[in-house]
Ligand binder design. Sequence first.
Ligand SMILES: [Mg+2]
Length: 217
Amino acid sequence: MKIKGIGFDIDGTLYNNCFMYLCTIPSFLKHPRLVYHYSRARTEIRKIRPIDNFRRTQAELVASSMKVDGHRVRTLIETKLYEDWERSFRIIHPFDGLQEGISGLRTDGYKLGVLSDFPVQNKLKFLGLEDWDCSFTSESTNYLKPHPEPFLELAARLELQPEEILYVGNSYEKDVLGAAAVGMKTAHLSSRRRGDTVADFTFSSFPELFEYIKKMN
Ligand SMILES: [Mg+2]
């Protein structure tokens, strides 16, 4: 089936992961306990189904692990982590050739979307990549990647069948396996091709990806 849309992960895919670690250092130094328990909760929450309110469930997990009040923790997560992170990502910039390549895909008529496990709007503004048919965080579907809900929501928002979408990401477990499980084509940004990969394409620089898309259709 012909590819009509392309979905992108953000962190480590549209910009180098080194920036992400750099950007999260200040909040880790300011709130080490909160960041530690938040990271644990993010691993834990991927194993939970069903979830009817993602932010509340996440706060409850962090609170029970920190042994403090859930409501207070939710405010802390949203102000001390999410808002701080949004500001600290000012320094990120996209991988070489990405802006031009994405404009080219737009000109060629592809529908384009962004799907991340974290809030997206400020990062896209800082990256200078704001022209998307849809951009959203998987949190809004109550499930993080690799659960199917975020990927199915991407297909719904692009008004395409999953099989008509190529999903591009740097995480094999979250991006490649998650997107492939709902029937999407997948491109894995990685310097090393896995022997057991289910990805349709593995690439280490964006010109390779844009070339692949051109040949594919
Ligand atoms: Mg990523």
